[in-house]
Design a protein. Sequence first.
Length: 374
Amino acid sequence: MIEYRLNGPASQERQRIRLMAALRENRFPQSILIDGPAGIGKKALAIEIAKALQCSDASHRPCGHCFGCKMATDIGVTDNWLIPMESAEAHTRSAASVSAGSNAKTIEDFKQAYIEEIFKNPYRVDVFGAGAEISVGLIRSMTNAFALKGDRVRVVIVAEADRMNDSAANAFLKTLEEVPPDTYFILTTSSREKMLPTIRSRCLALHLLPLSDDEVRSETLRLLGEDVDADDVTDDVVGLSVGSPGKALYYVGTGKKWCDLAASFVKESILAHYTELFRMLADAEVDEVTEACRFLEVLSFLLSDLLRAKSGAKLRIPATTAQVNIEAFPQIDVNALERAVSVVQETMNRVSSRRTAPPMLLQSLAIKLFEGYK
Ligand SMILES: [Zn+2]
């Protein structure tokens, strides 16, 4: 009997056991949808599965060195992936239709650059730009490639599958309705609710869990390599990442900025020092929707932590929470904090709706945050 062994963090072992059993019993579904929070390793698991399905070793799969394993991890085999792309990239010509000797970048070149990034660090949450999507053209080139079928098992990893636009989703659904023999689709998403229900229902659902804090710390250090001091992966960075090494990597770089700003924002808002507060916001350059949302996320984390402090619960971002020194403001009680959490949530919704510029919304948040408790 062939033994299957998918590698990954201990926190996700239960999900992998399910998959390994299906592989061993030769009943692996032709399409599977891995969902879970951003940056927890859904693509990493998809790559493990792709290797296991394509491996031809007689006893242990994936073996890591057979032809199938090599194909599954070769960044040049761009047919293995369906990924979101910027419209200009998706409209470049295919290598097959470019004349020999041409220097023009092909769609495969762009795709390969993304795939290379994924292999370097499958946890990264910012590989694709905000405007990138999976277009119907990309789905068509995938199905065209199916016509050139060789005799090997084919696995297509669909990264961030929720980024299919409507026509792409409908075209993909048709493919799922009649999956070619020996072909497997592994879809990943952190926004399952944005996908067509008809696509979801045709895939086996696999909900991947966040990592433990210790795993986040060790994975983050491993990915950062020698460029980083272990002290940079602080408790607050791990706390903010909520089980996601991808988010931790982001916060190692910018977490301190958002944490410091959030702590000052809370203090100055209680003290009604608006001039200083508005100047701080201007200096922090939170003009973009994405930036403003990151800041509001951290602010919301901080307020929840201040609530936890009231009940003596364990803090997620202890250093930032201590910066506020909430004992100095006895009027800020549990009610004030609970109200503040919902005011931040409201602002986050308004920022995401993109109707008003983020700086305006943040200024009015500063005034409203502890209204009635100042
Ligand atoms: Zn192999």
